[in-house]
Design a protein. Structure first.
Length: 140
């Protein structure tokens, strides 16, 4: 059983060809991907609705989390910690590289706990940084 099949089974998701291929892309690329990126990489093997449903199922089960990219596009990345169907634990910075355009999860950079006034409840936090990633910096 390969890593994609293991993850699908672990998260209680059916192993369809679309789910397996999309998950392989996330495992191979190691950076966030938008729906449009997936459409381009997968060609015409799957229609856009099937890809949307796949992303939705992955996010609902806690396999992926969404990122509101600085470009305005919604991108998705693999969850690093043990996220679940009911809660995501994505307490890290999302870094957008201005050179290559990739959005990366910096899991080692944790965001401090936010203390809100009484009566407020946080459902999600989004932290992002923009600059040049280590791969592009090495080339420059």
């Amino acid at each position: 059983m390969n890593k994609a099949q293991e993850l699908l089974k672990q998260y209680g998701l059916r192993n369809t060809s679309c789910r397996a291929e999309v998950l392989h892309l996330f495992l191979d690329k190691r950076f966030a991907l938008a729906h449009a990126d997936l459409e381009q990489l997968l060609g015409d093997r799957f229609d856009r609705v099937t890809i949307y449903r796949t992303l939705y199922a992955f996010e609902e089960k806690g396999l992926l989390h969404s990122i509101n990219d600085v470009s305005g596009a919604v991108k998705y990345a693999l969850c690093h910690e043990a996220c679940s169907q009911h809660q995501h634990f994505d307490n890290h910075i999302h870094f957008s590289c201005t050179a290559c355009g990739h959005t990366l999860c910096l899991n080692e950079v944790h965001v401090p706990e936010i203390k809100l006034p009484a009566g407020y409840k946080v459902n999600s936090l989004h932290f992002s940084a923009q600059g040049v990633c280590k791969n592009c910096e090495a080339i420059a």
